[in-house]
Design a protein around this ligand. Structure first.
Ligand SMILES: [Zn+2]
Length: 354
């Protein structure tokens, strides 16, 4: 077996990819309910979850992140299934661990990441809610450590103080820690701290990687990443959503359908079930990743909306050669747009009218 480098070793060298977006993709594949967004799939259809991890691995993801996003005590209470909390977490972690070790002959094993995230009950003026959140983090981090996580990811925090609390709990495990935040449309954390100051503080608190994930597409995430990269010394992470957010609508929560779709969603917004026409193409994701990589941002991935095609673009930017690279586009043999000598001229000539 080849050596298995730590997260920081990988980041000091070519970089590391973390594919995310399990909620959206499992929903699209028919294994999870949009709106509720609880990862029960780890218990109900473990093979489906395993397949998604395998597909991301095939496309170049170096990190298999356990799908425990939203799998916390509060969310399980909302759906009345608190008793499934621990089994769900352990099942997701075991699946991730299995996939992380199951790499093609001769390749380096992946890293398995435990995961905690925004709880949506954090209240800056209520110490009890904060205590409860800390307890939720502690139990989830405890299970991640017991199931053999190589690293921890805390993500999608929109309260700075909640992110600090998550990092504190994560750090107590002794494992490498990635902490990425997700400022909402007001472009500031909900407790009034700027994204940059939040990341600076997270660095001071000992995060190995700080940065942004989710909510924002390439256009409205990149400026923050540039700013953060300039002001911190630790590694920086960037995991946008593959949707065309813009200055007026910085996050996907309030993104309008530019074409005034005649068949709008019954709930009146494109998020989360009618975002499809706002999807970025692979070249937009590639450009974002290249811009990041050029400024030494080397913890990269794609969040909600991600698919293996996009992860392969990230891998290519980093100079990795995952199995899926064999199937990169090759337009030279296309029947109408190709350059191959065998393609008849009269078919090529028809290309503009096709
Ligand atoms: Zn996301």
């Amino acid at each position: 077996m080849t050596v298995k480098r730590s997260l920081v070793e990988r980041l000091n060298q070519e970089g590391a990819i973390c594919a995310e977006g399990f909620l959206f993709e499992m929903e699209r594949r028919g294994y999870l309910t949009a709106g509720e967004f609880v990862p029960e799939v780890a218990l109900e259809y473990p093979e489906a979850l395993k397949n998604l991890h395998k597909d991301f691995q095939h496309a170049g993801s170096d990190i298999v992140e356990a799908f425990t996003y939203n799998g916390h005590r509060e969310k399980m209470r909302v759906i009345g299934k608190e008793e499934l909390l621990e089994p769900l977490n352990r099942a997701a972690l075991k699946i991730a661990k299995e996939v992380a070790n199951d790499v093609p002959e001769g390749s380096e094993p992946n890293l398995m990441a435990g995961n905690i995230s925004n709880t949506n009950i954090w209240n800056p003026s209520d110490k009890n809610s904060q205590k409860e959140v800390r307890g939720m983090f502690e139990e989830m981090i405890g299970w991640a450590v017991e199931e053999g996580a190589d690293m921890l990811v805390g993500e999608t925090f929109y309260f700075a103080e909640e992110a600090y609390c998550a990092l504190e709990v994560m750090k107590s495990s002794g494992l490498p820690c990635v902490l990425t935040i997700a400022p909402m449309g007001e472009n500031i954390m909900r407790d009034g701290v700027t994204p940059l100051d939040t990341c600076k503080e997270l660095e001071q608190l000992g995060a190995d990687v700080v940065g942004l994930n989710c909510f924002r597409g390439p256009e409205t995430m990149l400026p923050y990443i540039k700013d953060i990269r300039t002001h911190v010394k630790c590694h920086v992470g960037a995991l946008p959503i593959p949707y065309r957010t813009n200055e007026k609508q910085p996050t996907f929560f309030n993104l309008d359908d530019y074409d005034n779709c005649k068949c709008s969603a019954p709930h009146g917004r494109t998020f989360p079930t009618a975002l499809d026409p706002l999807f970025t193409n692979r070249y937009e994701i590639r450009k974002f990743m290249q811009d990041c990589y050029n400024m030494n941002v080397k913890y990269l991935g794609v969040c909600c909306g991600a698919n293996p095609m996009l992860i392969r673009e990230v891998a290519d930017v980093m100079g990795k050669n995952p199995p899926a690279m064999r199937f990169r586009e090759n337009m030279s043999n296309h029947f109408m747009y190709g350059t191959n000598k065998r393609i008849p001229e009269h078919i090529k000539d028809y290309g503009d009218k096709a």
